[in-house]
Design a protein around this ligand. Structure first.
Ligand SMILES: C[S@@+](CC[C@H](N)C(=O)[O-])C[C@H]1O[C@@H](n2cnc3c(N)ncnc32)[C@H](O)[C@@H]1O
Ligand code: SF4
Length: 314
C-alpha cells in the first residue's frame, strides 16, 4: 500500500549527507517548528540519524521520527530515548499477525511489536515524558478486523502510549487509484484547500524540494535547496501557483497527484482545514509547553465524537 514497498518509486534513492542536513537546519531553524524525518524512507536506516536528531533539537526545532520500528533493538531504543527527540510515531499496520504481515511484507509481527513495547516500557521505567509516542495503525480493509481482536491488541499499549491513530488507507494521491490490492474511499467533492502548502514542505535526500510527503517521485519539483535558498523556493512561482490552484479548486490541472488525497478530502473543523490544524496544535504546544498536545488531542477526540480516527488512550 506504500509506493515504496510497491515498487512505485522511480527516482534515484540515497541517504542525505550529514553536511547537507546541517546546512538545511542552519538555514531553516529560525522559521521551523518541527522536522519530520520520513519523506519516503525509513530513517532508522540512516547512519547519521542520531547526529541529525541532536543537531535539530539543539537548534530548538522539534524532531518527529516516523518509523516502522523493525530496526528498533534495545540499544537503539536507549539511544533514541537519550537523544532528546520530541515525537516518535510507530507505523504498525495491523491488529493481527496475518493482517500485519500482509501489509508489511517481510516484517515479523511479534518481533516488531516487541521492539515497540520494549521502547515504551523503557520510556515508562525512566519516567520520561519525551518523546511523545504515537501508534499509527492503517486499516487496509484486507481482513475483517473484529472489534474484540482490535481491543485485545490495543490493550497491550495501555499506560504506555500517548496517542493511537487509527487511519484509513488512501490511494496515495493518484498512485494506487486503479489498485485491486486494497479498497479506499474515493474522494469526489471539491474539497478544502490543502493547508499543508502553507505550512510544510518536503526535502528529499538529494536536496530536491517538493510540496509534500506524497511526492515520492518528485511529481511536482520546486527546485534544489543546494542551488537556492528555501525562502526563494517557498515563494517560488510554482508553489504560489499550486497554492492559488488549491484556493480556486482546480489543483488537479497543476498536480494530478493530489487526486483523492485525504488532505483535501477531510472536512474542515470549526472552519480550519486539515493540514493547518496540526500547525495550530504545534504552535500552541510551543507556547503552552510540552504535554499540551496530549490535552488538545483528548479535547479533539471528544469534539469529534469518534467520527475521526483517534482513540482515547489510558
Ligand atoms: C511512507 S511511511 C514512511 C515511514 C516508515 N518508513 C514506514 O515504513 O512506515 C509513513 C506512513 O505512511 C503510511 N502509509 C503508507 N501507505 C499508505 C497509504 N496507501 N495510505 C495511507 N497511509 C499510508 C504508513 O502506514 C506510515 O504510517
Ligand atoms: S493535497 Fe495531498 S498530494 Fe496535494 S499537496 Fe496537499 S498533501 Fe500533497
Amino acid at each position: 500500500m506504500c509506493p515504496n514497498g510497491a515498487g512505485k518509486v522511480h527516482v534515484k534513492r540515497g541517504y542525505m549527507e550529514l553536511e547537507l542536513f546541517k546546512k538545511i537546519i542552519d538555514e531553516i531553524h529560525p522559521h521551523t517548528s518541527t522536522v519530520v524525518l520520513a519523506l519516503s524512507g525509513e530513517s532508522l536506516l540512516h547512519p547519521d540519524l542520531f547526529d541529525m536528531i541532536h543537531y535539530t533539537e539543539e537548534h530548538q526545532v522539534k524532531v518527529l521520527l516516523n518509523t516502522n520500528a523493525t530496526l528498533i533493538d534495545r540499544e537503539k531504543a536507549i539511544r533514541l530515548l537519550e537523544s532528546g527527540i520530541s515525537y516518535i510515531s510507530f507505523a504498525f499496520d495491523g491488529y493481527t499477525k496475518s493482517m500485519y504481515e500482509k501489509a508489511r511484507k517481510g516484517a515479523d509481527f511479534e518481533e516488531t511489536l516487541e521492539n515497540i513495547l520494549v521502547f515504551l516500557r523503557l520510556k515508562k521505567k525512566k519516567k520520561l515524558k519525551k518523546p511523545y509516542a504515537v501508534l499509527s495503525i492503517l486499516n487496509l480493509n484486507i481482513e475483517d478486523s473484529q472489534n474484540k481482536k482490535k481491543e485485545e491488541f490495543l490493550k497491550k499499549f495501555d499506560t504506555l502510549i500517548d496517542d493511537i491513530h487509527l487511519r484509513e488507507v488512501n490511494s496515495w494521491g493518484n498512485v494506487f487509484k486503479e489498485t485491486l490490492d486494497f479498497t479506499f474511499t474515493k474522494f469526489t467533492g471539491k474539497g478544502t484547500p490543502c493547508g499543508r502548502l502553507w505550512n510544510t514542505i518536503g526535502i528529499a535526500w538529494d536536496g530536491e524540494v517538493v510540496p509534500c510527503t506524497y511526492n515520492m517521485n518528485h511529481d511536482y519539483p520546486l527546485g534544489n535547496i543546494q542551488d537556492m535558498p528555501m525562502e526563494k523556493i517557498w515563494n517560488s512561482p510554482r508553489l504560489v501557483q499550486l497554492r492559488q490552484a488549491m484556493i480556486d479548486g482546480n489543483y488537479l490541472e497543476c498536480s494530478p497527484l493530489c487526486e483523492n488525497c485525504t488532505i483535501v478530502g477531510t472536512p474542515k473543523i470549526l472552519g480550519v482545514p486539515t493540514g493547518l490544524r496540526i500547525t495550530l496544535s504545534d504552535s500552541l504546544e510551543n507556547f503552552f509547553g510540552y504535554g499540551f498536545q496530549k490535552k488538545a488531542i483528548k479535547l479533539a477526540s471528544r469534539l469529534r465524537k469518534d467520527k475521526f480516527a483517534f482513540r482515547q488512550v489510558k
